[in-house]
Design a protein around this ligand. Structure first.
Ligand SMILES: CNc1nc2cc(C(=O)NN)ccc2[nH]1
Length: 366
């Protein structure tokens, strides 16, 4: 039987860490980027391709899956891995962030949050216990606590109230999760842009001795400098021997700067969403294939890439597909973008191993 759940640090360079998370469904090389598989699919990608670009783990959204097709239905069909044909680790978020950003008529109490589906208006309630139950029905490998993510800017007393509620919900999620060998439940540090509240949140979660820790409530409209400052404050308070996951981040530059501050795991819709909007990430910067200047350009996005989407198709063809709103356009650009992000992570891991991360970070371009 593979490891139930372990995290080993194999190299460090300053505060940057190279590590390995081992779980029954597979290993996760850190620093890691998790492609977002919102409704049980990484949009415009086959799961074989997602694996092929080097992803060790994907993210599933509890909110979307509980509304459609339903957590009990996914469980009846054998769980999310069989349903979506992804046999490797899956991290599911708790649903809290999407409830607050997508649903209607939300009402938040100590017990949990009640809301109406953005799809058909049906009423739902999400408590810490129900969120963990749903993530269990999905057979998720890494489950996130339910928390309240405060949008910034916010009043200090509002940030404090939400942070303290999230700590009480962390305790309830820990109790509801119990002891599930081979799975993990991560706590989420909240506290907005307040150093004091971030420290209090991190210290209280550390005392709960969880298997991993997310830093939430960032990349919600604050400047990058504030996000990085919060990482400078938060990471030192977290156990060094547990994974640290920065939720919803980010651009290549965000990732480089966050790895340098001690973050191990990332998720972001940017590479997949940008791909659907005609935007390609390349080693020489971003390329907007909608732009007419590409109409006659025979060059590929990156002739040196080992991703066919970057190497085998002309910019002219990609421009044509994007302008014609052909499905293949979104497919090829998503493939290119996820390949770029995984190559970025591979370069970051290699640089840390070579004790050269701080020196080389500048070369690993946006
Ligand atoms: C795109 N920015 C961004 N920030 C996030 C924060 C959270 C969070 O605190 N969940 N508990 C989740 C997803 C996020 N996505």
């Amino acid at each position: 039987m593979a490891e139930n759940f372990s995290f080993k640090l194999t190299a460090t360079d300053g505060r940057a860490r190279r590590g390995l998370v081992s779980m029954p469904r597979g290993e996760i090389r850190t620093p890691a980027f998790m492609p977002v598989g919102t409704g049980g699919t990484v949009k415009a990608m086959y799961m074989d391709q997602v694996r092929g670009v080097g992803a060790d783990i994907i993210l599933g959204n509890t909110y979307h899956l509980m509304l459609r097709p339903g957590a009990e239905r996914v469980a009846r069909l054998g769980g999310l891995h069989d349903f979506a044909r992804w046999p490797y680790p899956i991290l599911t978020d708790s649903g809290g962030f999407q409830v607050m950003s997508l649903s209607k008529l939300r009402k938040l109490t100590e017990q949990g949050v009640t809301f109406r589906s953005h799809i058909d208006g049906a009423p739902y309630e999400m408590s810490p216990e129900r969120s963990i139950e749903i993530q269990g029905l999905l057979d998720s490998d890494i489950q996130m606590q339910l928390d309240e993510c405060t949008a910034l800017p916010a009043k200090p007393n509002e940030i404090e109230r939400a942070m303290e509620l999230s700590l009480r919900w962390a305790e309830r999620c820990k109790t509801a999760f119990g002891d599930q060998p081979g799975k993990a439940m991560f706590g989420i540090v909240q506290g907005g842009d307040s150093a004091a509240l971030r420290v209090r949140s991190a210290q209280a979660l550390k005392a709960m001795d969880l298997k991993g820790y997310a830093v939430g409530g960032l990349a919600v409209g604050e400047p990058q400098s504030v996000m990085l400052e919060m990482l400078d404050i938060t990471c030192p308070e977290l156990p060094a021997d547990k994974p640290r996951y920065l939720m919803g981040v980010g651009t290549p530059d965000d990732i480089l700067k966050s790895v340098a501050r001690g973050i191990d795991m990332f998720d972001c819709v940017m590479p997949t969403r940008a791909g659907r909007h005609g935007l390609a990430y390349t080693r020489r910067g971003k390329v907007n294939l909608r732009n007419a200047r590409h109409a006659d350009d025979p060059r590929p996005l990156d002739e040196e890439s080992d991703c066919p989407a970057a190497r085998d198709y002309s910019r002219a063809y990609l421009h044509h597909l994007v302008r014609s709103q052909e499905g293949l356009g979104a497919m090829l650009l998503t493939w290119n973008n996820l390949s770029y992000y995984q190559k970025l992570m591979q370069d970051i891991r290699a640089a840390i191993e070579a004790q050269a991360f701080e020196a080389r970070a500048a070369e690993i371009t946006e």
